[in-house]
Design a protein around this ligand. Sequence first.
Ligand SMILES: [Zn+2]
Length: 436
Amino acid sequence: MIDNHTDPLPEALSSEAALPSSDHRVIGREMGIFASNPLIGSGLPLWLPGGAIIRRELEQYAHQLAMESGCAEVYSPVLAKQELYQRSGHWAKFADDMFPAMDVGDHDHAGDQLVLRPANCPHHALIFASEQRSYRDLPIRYHEMAAMFRAERSGVLSGLSRVRQINLDDTHVFCRPDQIAQEAELALDCVLRGLTVLGVGIDHLRLSLRDDGDGYLGDDDQWRDAQDQLRGVLDRVGALRPGLQIREAAGEAAFYGPKIDVQVLDARGHQESLATVQVDFNQPERFGLKYVDADGSDRGVIMVHRGVLGAMERMVGFLLEIHDGRLPLWLAPVQLCLLPVHPDHHDHVRRLADRMTAAALRARVESDGTLGRRIRAARKRRDAVLGVVGDAERAADTVSIIDPRADISAVLRSGELIDILGGAASSRAVKINWPQ
Ligand SMILES: [Zn+2]
């Protein structure tokens, strides 16, 4: 449903002038991550080259995690007839958050009423429905890097944390009721691996259960079974990861099913759900999604919504803040900023940068201005590693490096530097493993 993966960050600050330096809007400006323009409108950020590098790396990683966990990639359109969202229930519940319908008829004839999608789930439900499914086919997992839309009021929009187009790492699993545990565990394992690689610490896992209130869809047995399966998953995951806290919260379930929320702390120490594994009894029923069981009878499938990295906008904003812009090397827009001490060293440094580029590293050369000013600018831009080259370095084919994130400086042979940075980037290491 619309609120599965992308609860917006609380937006405490409205005026950019008053922003603290730890705000992703300030860091984003210093790093060249995104821009906005009144001609495009609020909540529709333009991704600058630096931000596009981070987003592309995240998308590739999300895709890899999805493929490694048995997902099939799909593509679906960003708009559909209004009827689709009437069927899915989004129209009744979230019409205020959706963009108005576009009539694509002509003067004389009413045409289809098309709507920008408020969620990707209904589209994936229809991909599942495109063929008859047997119990042996399940689970089926569809992954898409998919854009969805929210007609937020312009007053609440800001930076990357609240936007009108949300680009989501989104997966929907269609499974039998007895496969809920295995699918939830697989999803949770992906999330925990992903967040570790991103250097995000987990505060606790929350099992969000129903309470005694009304308004929950699905029968009591279905709920009891799904909640027990998720509790079993958390018992196993907790046993494998000592120190990981697990809590239960009655009344935090969605009305259509229980879920596991991955709770993290943001840069201000506030708790938020960064990822969710959501069981859903409702969407499959609304679309009549069935499979043919071993005895030949039709049975209803269960849907599990999961996002590993979630919304690109929100994740990039979150990472910029918790890392103060000093991202793990594989995400850094500039992995090595090379600084010739004197203009005489420029050609040598340029050739060195070409070697870095050939080794798939993102290198930049800064030659103009005093060395002190260039170093300050590179630090402010959060270039991951700074490399200074003067007479001694040129003669010995070495580079004097500074890693501001680790507060390390050293002199390395240029070949060794390429090996170390290449290794850290390709292995998606959170920290660079410098020689002692
Ligand atoms: Zn979904």
